[in-house]
Structures are given as C-alpha cells and as structure tokens.
Design a protein around this ligand. Structure first.
Ligand SMILES: *[C@@H]1O[C@H](CO)[C@@H](O)[C@H](O)[C@H]1NC(C)=O
Ligand SMILES: *[C@@H]1O[C@H](CO)[C@@H](O)[C@H](O)[C@H]1NC(C)=O
Ligand SMILES: *[C@@H]1O[C@H](CO)[C@@H](O)[C@H](O)[C@H]1NC(C)=O
Length: 458
C-alpha cells in the first residue's frame, strides 16, 4: 500500500518542481542519457516543451563537431514534438517502429513545441500566446539560453535550425535573434545555419503562384486561374496597406475558391485530391477554420495498429504522455493549437524576405529546399521571393548551372537539383510535396547530411 502511494506521488512531485520552485529548466530523460526532455518557463506562466535525442551514430571529432538540428514545425500551432518527430524525421514512427530514414543518423535532434500553446507547450493565460514571429523568436531564444548556457556539450555542437512551412518564418526571426544574443554574450551557441523547407516566407508570392501553377498542371482551367489571380491581387493590396488580418481572411477564401475550381486539390501535393494522401501530414499545417475539419478527419483516419489506435493525438495523449511523465495532467497535446493560429492572425501574411537577406548578409549559411509537387509553399512562389533578395550574389546565383542529385544506390535516377553560391544553397526535390522528408526520405537525409556536414560515421 505504501509502496503504491509513493509511486503515485513521484510524478506529482516532478510536476510541482517544474512549476513552483522558480527554476528555469526542469527536465528528465531516459536512463541511458540518449533522450532528455523538459519544460522551460520562457515567461511567467508560459511553458515551452522540448525533447532532445542524442544520435547513436555520433562521431566525436574536435575538428568537425557532431551537429544538432532544431526542427521547427509550422501551422501555426502544429507540434514538432508530435508531427516532425513521429511522422517525419524522428527515430520512431507513429507505430513506434524504427524509422530507417531518421535524421538522427546525421545529427542530434531537438524538437520544440513552438510557439507556446503548441503540442505539450502551454500558457496558463491565453493573453500570453505570441502575436508575432518576433515574439516567438524571443521565447525560443530564452529556451535556447536555458538549454545551451548550462551544457558545454551542446555548446560544442553547431546548431542547425531546420524549418518546415510556417516554421520558416520562425526560423529566420530566430536566426537573427540567436546571432544577436551570441554577439551580446548572452547565449553560448554556435549557429551552423538555417534551412527553410517549403517555407511560408512570402505569402504574396505564394498566393500569386497558385493559379498559374495549377493551370499549368491541368488542375485549374483558365477560369479557375483567373478567379485565383483576382483574389491574389486583392491580397497583395491588403498586404501593401498593412491590413494583415484582412489578408489572412482573403487567403482562407482563396483556398476555398481553388478547392472549388479544382475539385478539391490537395494543397500539399497537386497530384492528389485533398485528404487522399496516405502520407501527407495534418492539413492543419497552414490551415484554419473549416480546414480544421479535414485535419481531424485526417487524424482519425490515420489510426495505426500499435500506435495508440486513434492517430497522432491518441499517441501523444496516451503512451507518449505516460512515458514523458512531466506533462501536467490537465495539459492535453494540441489542446491550445487553434488559439496559437488565431493569436498570430495579424502576422500570418507578413513576408520575412528581409530577414532572409539579413541572415545572408551576416554570413549565416541559408539553405532553401522545396518539394516539386507542393502547392501551398510552391517552388514557383519560392523562386519568386528569392528574386526579391537584395543580396549582391543573386545574379550570379540565378545564372549558375544546377547540379543534379541522386540517392545512394540509384545514381541513374535524378532526385533533384542543387545550386550553391556563397552562403545561399537551394535544393529542388523532385517527386516530393510539402512534406519533403516523408515523400523523399532518402534524398532528404542525404541533403541534411550535406547541410550539417556531419562527420562520416566510422
Ligand atoms: C575529423 O574531421 C576531419 C575533418 O572533417 C577529418 O579530416 C578527420 O579525418 C576526422 N578525424 C577522425 C578521427 O575521424
Ligand atoms: C528504408 O526502408 C525502405 C523499405 O522498407 C527502403 O525502400 C528504403 O530504401 C530504406 N531507406 C533507407 C534510407 O535506408
Ligand atoms: C557554410 O557552409 C560551407 C559549406 O557549404 C562551409 O564551408 C562554411 O564554413 C559554412 N559557413 C559558416 C559561416 O558556417
């Protein structure tokens, strides 16, 4: 009886220590030290959850230290700890079986539920949700200070911020915030680079790409494309006038127009119908309103034997929550996600091209990669915003020949192209939609090895 009581009391004590004693970091992990996780209180009553995996392939080499990847999911409100980890690049899939294409082979992986309110992260008061990308970057920098400044091992490992979708906007604002904090001596961290995968850097360029792209691949006719372009024109004007909330509403309307004219194209892969993609992630990536219904449909349809039986939500609120122990009982994974999106409505349509320019001019390695079949963050739109960079290497970059890229063992099949000039790197990934590591795991893994320059495993 007594024994039972004490085993019940233990998790409770842990939780209390997280939230009541004022320490900035509280964490726990697996016995072997290969996984560590915890909460950082980034502001009073605003708690951010992180999960760090150490690679079994780690090579200790002082002249080329083993890298760490910080993965930033989009949404806004989509969970890196859930989606990025279990559905895209982490060591286990949603059936909790090993993923042979895990990026853990190339780097240690740090997943963060960013911004607060996402996944297991939570706020005790809705007013504490972030309203801008910069506020998100400030919270993330606070988290990095808490993790890195006390850990000399992490300090030696170059950090690569790798983002997907809306995560790209966090990544570039975070990159600048990291550079500043490091210069001020407030953060002990070596920034290796920033990588933007199918990232929402310039909403205007993306909405203008949709009509022409879908028309070229026969998914819209000229009438559909004209309707799309007309709405995109309205969005451009709203952005120019700084009417960002209206622009977000128009964006949502434009998606509906395109869905109607295309008989429900999948915004994450133009070869597919919406909701028919067996591997594509939550439609919640860059979605809201009635699109949330498709998201829950997706989650419940992804019920996987052994993975909790009811999709990612059940997995994260079931066995994973049990394993982690420190998630407060009344915090449900994804419980505040919708609120995260709503709070960012006024920043959602703001471009972050200038931030990319600033990172390049500060000498940070910036990699852009894009899936060929993506609609929402199309390659066409990405190339359009790249052309708006003020970077003086742009002309040379644009005129360079591309290098074809292949996967090991299949050197006859072109998997993509890359181009590098100075510190801007671009990968075109063929046969992938929005979720590049899911659709093309082999070439994504190879690319990430190149980006992080992981020392070769012996
Ligand atoms: C360490 O890294 C350097 C540079 O990448 C490489 O030349 C060297 O062979 C590596 N040493 C070991 C012991 O792996
Ligand atoms: C992973 O396994 C699948 C088949 O199960 C195989 O087709 C693929 O090449 C493997 N990928 C890697 C990176 O080993
Ligand atoms: C940028 O990446 C290249 C390799 O592509 C590397 O040689 C260089 O050191 C990196 N620069 C910085 C500042 O990290």
């Amino acid at each position: 009886m007594e024994k039972r009581l004490s085993s019940l009391a233990l998790p409770l004590l842990l939780v209390l220590s997280v939230f009541s004693n004022g320490r900035s970091v509280d964490s726990t992990g697996t016995q072997d030290g290969n996984e560590e996780w915890g909460y950082v209180q980034v502001r009073p009553k605003a708690h951010m959850f992180w999960w760090l995996y150490r690679s079994p392939n780690r090579v200790e080499n002082a002249s080329s230290p083993w890298p760490t990847i910080l993965w930033l999911q989009g949404g806004p409100g989509a969970s890196g700890v859930g989606i990025g980890n279990f559905e895209e690049i982490g060591p286990l899939d949603t059936d909790l079986k090993p993923r042979n294409s895990t990026w853990l082979q190339k780097a240690d992986l740090l997943f963060v539920d960013n911004p607060v309110g996402t996944g297991y992260s939570f706020v005790e008061d809705e007013k504490l949700l972030v309203k801008t990308d910069e506020e998100a970057a400030t919270d993330l920098t606070t988290l990095l200070k808490a993790l890195f400044n006390r850990n000399s091992g992490l300090q030696k490992s170059p950090l690569y911020v790798v983002a997907e979708s809306y995560g790209g906007k966090y990544a570039v604002t975070l990159g600048l915030s990291i550079v500043e904090a490091v210069q001020k001596g407030e953060l002990k961290l070596k920034l290796g680079g920033v990588a933007l995968g199918d990232s929402w850097i310039s909403p205007e360029d993306f909405v203008f790409s949709w009509g022409p792209l879908l028309r070229d691949v026969s998914r819209l006719d000229s009438n559909g494309a004209a309707k799309s372009n007309s709405k995109a024109g309205e969005i451009k004007q709203q952005i120019e006038k700084g009417q960002y909330v209206d622009a977000t509403d128009s964006w949502s309307t434009l998606e509906d127009i395109i869905m109607e004219s295309s008989n429900d194209v999948d915004f994450y892969n133009f070869l597919l119908d919406n909701g028919r993609d067996p591997t594509s992630m939550s439609a919640m990536e860059l979605s809201k309103g009635n699109k949330m219904k498709r998201y829950s449909w997706y989650l419940s349809s992804k019920a996987s034997p052994g993975g909790g039986g009811g999709g990612l939500g059940n997995l994260m609120n079931g066995v994973i929550k049990e394993k982690l122990k420190i998630i407060p009982k009344d915090v449900s994974w994804g419980g505040q996600s919708d609120l995260v999106f709503t709070a960012l409505t006024g920043d959602f349509m703001k471009p972050r091209i200038n931030e990319v320019d600033e990172l390049i001019s500060k000498g940070v390695n910036v990699t852009v990669y894009n899936g060929q079949l993506d609609v929402i963050c199309s390659t066409k739109g990405t190339e359009a915003w790249i052309q708006k960079l003020k970077w003086d290497g742009l002309k040379i970059f644009t005129n360079m020949e591309r290098t074809p890229i292949y996967c090991e063992g299949a050197n006859d099949i072109t998997k993509g192209f890359k181009r590098t000039h100075q510190n801007l790197h671009f990968y075109w990934i063929l046969g992938a939609g929005h979720f590049v590591p899911v659709d093309q795991p082999c070439i994504a893994l190879k690319m990430v090895g190149e980006i992080t320059q992981s020392p070769a495993a012996a």
